[in-house]
Ligand binder design. Structure first.
Ligand code: GTP
Length: 606
């Protein structure tokens, strides 16, 4: 079937699920059953194209794929599947994918049941107005109550239990009936007419949901055609940047790129733009053709980085290598932002913004693996909006913190926590450690669903670990950024041997500052490497010392000079060395703080 498929025979859909519930494996079976990939070429997680994705078994980037499916009644359909990532940090990518499709398969692992991201992804799909088909996966694994999971998914979707598919992505059981259901249930592509494009116009209007860089074809825009058709040579405009270009090539995904004559109404494919500047092709932007430039299609949300971590080149890595590596990764990761940074002890570096902790881990690993870079990283920090003398500023590092801010606003998150009901008291108990506001608790089968609100800054304080530990590992959670709120926070400086240590300075809630100060100096006392003279560790807020500990000198104490025939020359040497050490410390004003210390200090304690 070529790309002139009538839109009534096209089905565009996604698979949504909690992480590890089996999306990629199910996508593999779809590719196989529809004959898109010959069995001998098949390898697990076919749509996960990055090495890192395969090794970690998680999907970072979606890979769209076009399949043809002949139903049992003999009709031929084109199925465009977008595989989506399952982790909260990438929920933005899920939201992009959802704007390009009409339906979703909600996949739930029979061995785990509904988990937090099942709920948050479902909510996003429902908000996008998608038709949802429920399926319970991994039914080949014995010893689990599949009926109970099927019932809970049915309850969640408000459908009878027999409307939920029972499948195994691994063995292929139940996959054919699920493919049949897609043709029956999921509507054919909707057309979208913006105010300025009339239904009679044939001018194309497409939504960009992803992009890649190609050395020969320039930037490839991955698009959903909402109206009209696009062919090689069509004059097009990128609406948000008013950039005109001629389509160099168009095609579809098998998932390899296959050149086609044109992309028709309702389908999903790519447009080679021949543009080289990645700043021009924005994900979520509209590609429009013709004399009238359409207003942008709806459904796009700018990704907002919320956690900032500085990277400093280490060993043989040069600053320029780090910069180039980040530039390359940014090409298909619009959420990745960075700017030059400088640290007295670590030199020139890059302050990088992330969507969350996992996003940071993935980028660090990719920089190391794909570009062979070595680097050190700083404490994660959060962006605060601070007003001072009527001026609003976004502050990402403590060194820029004003002495007397008028007001401070911090990013907030809405959380969904899902766990077996018996752990509810423990989850509620987390409010003695974290600034978490429980909004609602609901039961779903044997599980409890807790909705809560919390400052984002609490999330990077090992919330994940502590939630897991109070629920014996059973809880799952997902979150999304949800506006900002006034924050009562102060800057807590740490002084070692009387010198302020910018790397250890943090913004903390006023409510917790005493406890934080005490626990930080106590922990630093045990964590910092001992030196040959005793030194004070102090926590200071608004110029006042509020906690203090002393690190004793290492046990090479000086003896009593001259008594008992001690070796005076040797002791004098040692004394001199210690004085030099102190002088050097005074000059540089810095102690060496090992990176491992940061992580420990970040942990919250009661
Ligand atoms: P993310 O991309 O990280 O969100 O994961 P995913 O949802 O794509 O899950 P994936 O397909 O990678 O599967 C997770 C694990 O479950 C893998 O080890 C799969 O082999 C296994 N798995 C998936 N489907 C089945 C199934 O039907 N039966 C069994 N026994 N294992 C399965």
């Amino acid at each position: 079937m070529d790309t002139t498929t009538p839109s009534s025979s096209i089905r565009n859909f996604v698979i949504i699920a909690h992480i590890d519930h089996g999306k990629s494996t199910l996508a593999d079976r779809f590719l196989q059953v529809t004959g898109t990939i010959e069995t001998r070429r098949m390898r697990p997680q076919y749509l996960d194209q990055l090495d890192l994705e395969r090794e970690r078994g998680i999907t970072i980037k979606m890979a769209p794929v076009r399949m043809t499916f002949r139903s049992s009644s003999g009709s031929l359909y084109v199925y465009n599947l977008i595989d989506t990532p399952g982790h909260s940090d990438f929920s933005y990518e899920v939201s992009r994918a959802l704007t390009a499709v009409e339906g979703a398969i909600l996949l739930v692992d029979a061995t785990k049941g509904i988990q937090a991201q099942t709920l948050s992804n479902l909510r996003m799909a429902q908000q996008a107005g998608l038709t949802i088909i429920g399926a319970v996966n991994k039914i080949d694994v014995s010893g689990h109550d599949v009926d109970a999971v099927v019932d809970s998914v049915a309850e969640l979707l408000s459908v009878p239990s027999d409307a939920i598919f029972r499948i195994s992505g691994k063995t292929g059981e139940g996959v054919q009936p699920l493919l049949e259901e897609i043709a029956i249930k999921i509507p054919s592509p909707k057309r979208f007419f913006s105010e300025r494009v009339s239904s009679e116009s044939l001018d194309p209007s497409c939504l960009i949901f992803d992009s890649r860089y190609d050395d020969h074809k320039g930037i490839l825009a991955f698009v959903r055609v909402f109206h009209g058709a696009v062919a090689a040579g069509t004059d097009l405009t990128l609406v948000s940047t008013s950039t005109f270009f001629k389509a160099k090539e168009v095609g579809t995904f098998t998932p390899e790129l296959i050149k086609t004559d044109h992309l028709s109404d309702g389908t999903i494919g790519y447009i080679a733009t021949a543009l080289k500047d990645p700043g021009l092709v924005h994900i979520g932007d509209t590609v429009a053709g013709g004399a009238l430039v359409a207003s942008p299609l709806p459904g796009y949300r700018e990704p907002t980085p919320v956690v900032f971590i500085s990277f400093y080149p280490d060993q043989d890595t040069k600053f320029d290598d780090l910069y180039k590596g980040l530039m390359r990764l940014q090409l298909n990761d619009p959420a990745l932002v960075f700017e030059p940074d400088h640290n007295e002890a670590l030199g020139r570096g890059m302050k990088v913004g992330f969507l969350g902790q996992l996003h940071f881990e993935i980028i660090s690993e990719r920089l190391q693996r794909e570009f062979g870079l070595a680097f050190m990283t700083s404490f994660p920090s959060i962006a605060y909006r601070v007003t001072e003398s009527g001026i609003d500023r976004i502050i990402k590092q403590t060194t820029d913190w004003p002495a007397k801010p008028d007001a401070v606003y911090q990013p907030m998150i809405d959380l969904i926590i899902l766990a077996p009901g018996r752990y509810l008291p423990n989850i509620i108990g987390l409010n003695s450690v974290f600034d978490i506001l429980i909004l609602e608790t609901k039961t779903l089968g044997d599980a409890v669903v807790v909705s809560a609100r919390m400052p984002l800054s609490e999330l990077i304080r090992d919330f994940d670990d502590q939630l897991k530990s109070v629920t014996a590992g059973y809880a799952s959670f997902s979150y999304e950024l949800s506006g900002e709120e006034r924050a009562d926070v102060v800057k807590m400086e740490i002084l070692v041997a009387g010198e302020s240590q910018p790397a250890l300075t943090r913004i903390v809630s006023r409510r917790d500052v005493e406890r934080e100060a005490r626990s930080t100096v106590e922990r630093l006392k045990t964590l910092l490497p001992a030196v040959q003279f005793s030194q004070a560790i102090q926590a200071q807020v608004d110029g006042k010392i509020i906690a203090r500990e002393t690190i004793a000198a290492v046990k090479k104490e000086l003896g009593n000079f001259g008594k008992n025939g001690g070796d005076r020359t040797r002791k004098m040497k040692l004394w001199k060395k210690q004085q030099e050490g102190k002088k050097r410390l005074k000059e540089t004003g810095r102690v060496h703080v090992p990176i491992s210390v940061f992580r420990e200090i970040l942990k919250k304690t009661k």
